[in-house]
Design a binder for this molecule. Structure first.
Ligand code: HEC
Length: 274
């Protein structure tokens, strides 16, 4: 028996050891750098400043190509905006609204219940403008390339780190011996290293409303935070609920322990129960 346990634990150790030699790579073959995210961990909360700056990066830079189909303006109150601010933000957008008597298209201002409009009318149009590649929708992109490893957590790649990786690991020139296809860019993080998206960020690409210095790294982290929120807007509620469930279950366990004790209090060992 002891020998069997020894053998099994040896096998498990070898298996884990084998995996741990691999880098935490986003499949691009390079290591994806880990960041400390304030929203990580069981008590993590979103950094509202980062979310607001991330929204600014999205609207001023990324929204030219990437849609955000599943987020409505009214949800932006979660970023720390008042309902009036959300109304004003929505009103900066215009939506087609039927035709007037002369057959001209009419427009109306955006309302809080509207969703972010897509930059292209169709997938075809999006591909035509992007060298054949489709800029994926942002709503779930924050988590789509995440792969978490339960047994070897150091090999996990988190969605936000992957996005920062994509935005900050372009090479101006492909490494020696790598042939880039027409219109492609070399990126350490993107699977296969050839990405159709040209580097979208450069220092001071935006002028932050809160005065934060807009380095490429800063904007990358902010927009990654925003994208992670878009992919999981209910994260904080989920964590709070999880905590409540754990507290409730602990109290229930303690209570049941004493109930059990008191039920069996008068029964002695060896008593005939039937
Ligand atoms: C000029 C158009 C354009 C802009 C602006 C742009 N992107 Fe992209 N993006 C693309 C295209 C096209 C792809 C698909 C690339 C491919 O498949 O090779 C892409 C892919 C990506 C990916 C990788 C998705 C994956 O499949 O892993 C990320 C992450 C991303 N973009 C983030 C951003 C962020 C963040 C911004 C704003 C800072 C941004 N993009 C701005 C066109 C753009």
């Amino acid at each position: 028996m002891l020998k069997m346990i020894k053998n099994i634990s040896l096998m498990v150790m070898v298996a884990l050891g084998g995996i741990s030699f691999a880098n935490a790579s986003g499949d691009g073959g390079y290591e994806v750098k880990r960041h400390d995210w304030p929203h990580a961990g069981p008590f993590g909360k979103f950094d509202k400043g980062a979310l607001q700056r991330g929204l600014q990066v999205y609207t001023e830079v990324c929204s030219g190509c990437h849609s955000l189909d599943y987020v409505a303006f009214r949800e932006l109150v979660a970023l720390g905006y008042s309902t009036d601010e959300v109304k004003a933000f929505a009103a900066t957008y215009e939506f087609a609204n039927g035709f007037d008597d002369e057959g001209e298209e009419k427009y109306r201002k955006g309302l809080p219940q509207d969703y972010f409009p897509a930059p292209f009318a169709s997938e075809e149009e999006a591909r035509d403008s992007n060298n054949g590649a489709l800029p994926p929708d942002f709503s779930l992109l924050g988590k789509s390339r995440e792969h978490l490893s339960m047994f070897t957590p150091w090999n996990s790649v988190y969605g936000e780190d992957y996005i920062v990786g994509i935005l900050t690991t372009y090479h101006e020139e492909a490494p020696h011996g790598v042939e880039l296809a027409e219109g492609m860019n070399f990126n350490e993080t993107f699977p296969g290293n050839q990405i159709a998206m040209a580097p979208p960020l450069f220092d001071d690409a935006v002028e932050y409303a809160d005065g934060t210095v807009a380095t490429t790294q800063q904007m990358a982290q902010d927009v990654a935070t925003f994208m992670y929120w878009a992919a999981e807007p209910k994260m904080e509620e989920r964590k709070k609920m999880g905590l409540k469930v754990i507290i409730f279950m602990s109290l229930l366990t303690i209570m049941l322990y004493f109930v059990n004790k008191s039920v069996w209090k008068n029964v002695k060992k060896g008593d005939d129960l039937v």
